[in-house]
Design a protein around this ligand. Structure first.
Ligand code: URA
Length: 207
């Protein structure tokens, strides 16, 4: 197992780089509004990594991922399957909030996603949970599964096995938890899908 101190150092280096990334397309917007970048948080040796889309207002104010309304739903989902937030690592594709929470632009994904891929390579999770269309399409493409990309309504709750980058990893797409903040029926679907994660994570915990 990689030395935890080294992992912490490598992740801190990413944080420092994002903080000072003047070429990042949302750097100016961040600094003008006195927002913080949102790098990610959780267990630096997590078996499960959650990848959202981009920080919202609460996240940009605090520097913490999923700490607003969508975060409450994510916490509840984790709770229902007995997984502690501290056990997992939670991050986003974009590390800065887009104005008015608009969708990420392709050039923003290009600029910020190398940080996400470095986080993945450092933490080496066995399971990647993508939240919503953007992170699902990005991760499937990067892990050699571009032909599997479909809208989240078609592929949520499915498990994709891949051997890409340096180890085998399971990718599970989920609806973005924010959908359950305005559509309670979606919470039921998310809860069902999280049961798949519960089963998988139990298999991994006995390895
Ligand atoms: N939505 C996201 O995709 N990420 C967050 O951190 C918060 C809301």
């Amino acid at each position: 197992m990689k030395n935890l101190e080294k992992i912490d150092q490598e992740l801190k280096k990413i944080r420092d780089e994002v903080l000072n990334c003047k070429k990042c397309p949302l750097y100016e917007y961040r600094t003008k509004n006195k927002f913080l970048p949102v790098i990610g948080e959780g267990n630096h040796q997590a078996r499960i990594m959650f990848i959202g889309e981009a920080p919202g207002l609460n996240e940009a104010k605090t520097g913490r991922p999923f700490c607003g309304a969508a975060g409450k739903i994510l916490d509840e989902l984790l709770d229902t399957v007995g997984i502690k937030r501290e056990e997992v690592y939670i991050t986003n594709i974009l590390k800065d909030r887009p104005p008015e929470n608009r969708n990420p632009k392709p050039e923003e994904i290009d600029a910020y996603s190398p940080y996400l891929l470095r986080q993945y390579k450092i933490i080496k999770p066995k399971i990647i949970c993508t939240l919503g269309n953007y992170s699902t399409a990005f991760i499937l493409e990067k892990f050699g599964l571009a032909e599997k990309i479909q809208g989240i309504s078609k592929i949520h709750g499915k498990i994709f096995d891949t051997q890409a980058i340096f180890q085998s990893v399971k990718i599970i797409p989920f609806y973005h938890p924010a959908v359950a903040t305005y559509n309670p029926d979606m919470k039921k679907i998310l809860k069902e899908d999280f049961k798949i994660l519960e089963k998988l994570s139990q298999n991994f915990s006995t390895e």
